[in-house]
Design a protein around this ligand. Structure first.
Ligand code: IMP
Ligand code: MG
Length: 180
């Protein structure tokens, strides 16, 4: 098995690049079918993790669309519900549009819920969600995920946009933490 060391941790390949690409082609097929007659949908990619997924997915999208990138602030205000992050970078017109949110991974779903709640304030016609990876065993929320690339076990992974302490985003394959 191909292994890699990032700082103090070792990771082994769990999803090779070719498998990721097949998953993405299938996701694109479903999205193409569902949006073929839609009026210029807007893809919203959530940085940093989704940059590779977004680039590869969009190459297979065959309808006219727009793409923008948003980031959740690292600023964490305090409220009774825990950390409140702000979505930065919204300048596109979202009102009345069909939105497709692109996430690299949905784990607990806390991030996704914050994103969807924030976007709802701009009154889009519809928000759909596509994630490359989904950890069903960790998911705590009720937001519907319309397009899931792959369900994965509740293990820590890196590569293909995902990081450990900022490292590993550049890797073409996905690696899982080797438990010692
Ligand atoms: P959630 O809010 O718990 O769903 O987590 C979402 C965010 O946590 C993702 O957008 C990732 O940035 C990060 N994350 C969750 N699981 C992993 C993982 O296994 N590896 C790297 N980052 C992860
Ligand atoms: Mg992310």
């Amino acid at each position: 098995m191909k292994k890699i060391k990032l700082k103090d941790k070792e990771f082994g390949v769990s999803i090779p690049s070719e498998d990721i690409q097949k998953v993405i082609v299938n996701l694109a097929k479903k999205i193409n079918t569902d949006f073929k007659d839609a009026e210029i949908p807007l893809f919203i990619s959530i940085l940093n993790g989704s940059f590779m997924f977004t680039a590869d997915l969009l190459k297979h999208i065959d309808f006219n669309c727009e793409i923008t990138f948003l980031k959740l602030s690292s600023y964490q205000g305090t409220s009774s519900t825990g950390n409140v992050k702000e979505l930065i970078g919204i300048n596109e017109n979202i009102k009345g549009r069909k939105i497709i949110v692109l996430e690299d991974i949905v784990d607990t779903g806390i991030t996704l819920e914050q994103i969807v709640n924030e976007l709802e304030k701009y009154n889009p016609e519809e928000i759909r969600v596509s994630t490359l990876l989904f950890k069903p065993a960790a998911y705590q929320k009720n937001i519907n995920i319309d397009y899931v690339g792959m369900e994965i076990p509740n293990d820590f992974i890196i590569g293909y946009g995902l990081d450990y302490d900022g490292l590993g985003r550049n890797l073409a394959d996905i690696y899982t933490l080797i438990q010692k």
